[in-house]
Design a protein around this ligand. Structure first.
Ligand code: GLA
Length: 461
């Protein structure tokens, strides 16, 4: 996972040259939007609980020029991504699943839903170095960069928070039912700071990232592409949380129904419990529920539950999981993870990197045991990080593969990287999945070290 070697000036100049070759005119705007590493708070955002990510110095860049019609033409410095074009409208037809154009369309489609924005099209050249299918939010960076480029060529300024919320909705165009973390951190990231984000509505505060510490990121080599099976697995988690909310609403029937688990803290029936774990154990007496059992508990029939809570973008219901809906575990993770984020913000506020590392470890365990989003590879990789000097280690992002992160003192970065290289890639992966190493040039290309970086920006070219 190399990259980030070129600074904005150099990459801007290189893209300008290629842009002129492709479009025959000069680009006038340059946009850069970063990927992210989520430090803690996994799968809490769409539940209305906080997260704490950082922006990283791997980015999507766009050189763009306005057009006098409504067409958007896109091309990429990497020939693997085919050129495409489409017309601006509030109902842009999708490209085939998995096509990169869908992320650009997601941004355009959402901006066009605003009748007060009369947008003209653009010619745009994209370039990026955020590894994809790694859980580092390359897709949201692409969506945000596209939105910023369209706004920039139309000379429109938009508040970052407003844009982040719009694009969180907008990204559902591609079929994911994610929350708003990735779009928000992409816009609100700040050098040297972890960003605590709260949702509904989006709010942010900065917490100091510990001095003399870094985050080591290492790819587990399991791809986490949200266009494949991982999309179904990912979307099932918000669905299980919606079912949990429906059960709570019927059971406590206290005032206006909760929209999501994050509404719980405002309710006396919840705060009457000594802690969230007691609440969850009391409320969900089974570990696994069939749809019919949820129907019995909520008084709604299975059909109505399906159409309210279990639909995919294409209008097909999600299949019920063979193990049933693991609602109790999911709620347990979400509520304890929310608490860990609050405790993490406090720990960072007083420079307590050790405490923060401990919370990262607890978060990983909960992601694995309660939320079911880890893999044996991510478990091994995080163990190796811990035994090689990481104060804390966990998966980052949606899970089901992708990267693990370790918090480490700067002076221990090299020995941590050595440990991961030897014990994970050269031993664990070589013994268990040698085929995964075939496409990799060297273990060095799978690991990097980051500190919090600035969020997205636009400038003249
Ligand atoms: C993906 C989603 C985010 C968030 C994470 C899990 O990255 O896009 O909104 O839900 O998964 O924390």
């Amino acid at each position: 996972m190399k990259g980030n070697s070129m600074n904005s000036e150099t990459i801007g100049a290189a893209m300008k040259k290629q842009f002129i070759e492709v479009y025959g005119v000069k680009p006038v705007k340059f946009v850069r939007a970063p990927g992210r590493v989520n430090l803690i708070g996994e799968h809490t955002d769409y539940n209305g609980y906080p997260v704490m990510p950082i922006a990283i110095p791997f980015t999507i860049s766009i050189a763009a020029a306005p057009r006098e019609d409504r067409q958007v033409r896109i091309s990429n410095t990497d020939p693997i991504f085919q050129a495409a074009s489409f017309d601006l409208s509030p109902d842009i037809p999708h490209s085939d699943t998995g096509q990169w154009a869908n992320y650009v369309k997601a941004a355009a489609n959402e901006l066009c839903s605003r009748s007060d924005l009369d947008l003209y099209g653009m010619n745009a050249l994209f370039s990026g170095d955020i590894p994809n299918s790694a859980g580092l939010s390359s897709s949201s960076a692409l969506v945000i960069a596209s939105a910023l480029a369209l706004l920039a060529v139309n000379d429109i300024r938009m508040d970052k928070t407003e844009l982040a919320e719009m694009m969180a909705r907008g990204e559902h165009y591609v079929g994911t039912q994610g929350g708003g973390m990735d779009q928000a951190i992409c816009l609100l990231g700040r050098q040297g700071k972890a960003v605590k984000l709260d949702f509904f509505p989006l709010r942010h505060t900065y917490a100091p990232f510990p001095d003399n510490h870094s985050i080591v990121v290492a790819h587990s080599l399991v791809r986490a592409a949200k266009t494949e099976n991982a999309l179904l697995l990912y979307n099932r988690r918000p669905a299980e949380c919606r079912l949990a909310t429906a059960i709570i609403n019927t059971r406590y029937n206290a005032g206006p129904p909760l929209s999501r688990l994050g509404d719980l803290p405002g309710h006396a029936f919840f705060t009457a419990f000594a802690n969230p774990v007691d609440f969850v154990n009391e409320t969900f007496d089974k570990s696994s529920y069939t749809l019919d059992e949820v129907a019995n508990l909520t008084g709604e029939n299975a059909e109505s539950l399906t159409s309210k809570y279990l639909m995919t973008r294409s209008g097909v219901p999600m299949p019920s999981p063979p193990e049933g809906f693991l609602i109790r575990q999911r709620a347990l993770h979400v509520l304890t993870e929310a608490k860990r984020v609050e405790e993490s913000a406090k720990a960072l506020g007083c420079g307590d990197a050790r405490m923060f590392g401990k919370l990262m470890n607890e978060s990983h365990r909960s992601c694995d045991e309660q939320y079911g989003i880890s893999t044996p590879e991510l478990n091994r990789l995080t163990e190796i990080m811990r035994s090689n000097g990481a104060l804390g280690a966990r998966l980052t992002g949606a899970g089901f593969g992708g990267c693990a992160i370790g918090l480490v003192r700067d002076e221990n970065v090299e020995s941590l990287l050595d440990g991961v290289r030897e014990e994970y890639y050269n031993t664990f992966i070589k013994e268990n999945h040698p085929e995964l190493l075939k496409t990799v040039s060297s273990p060095e290309s799978l690991m990097f070290t980051v500190k919090p970086s600035d969020g997205a920006y636009t400038r003249q070219l």
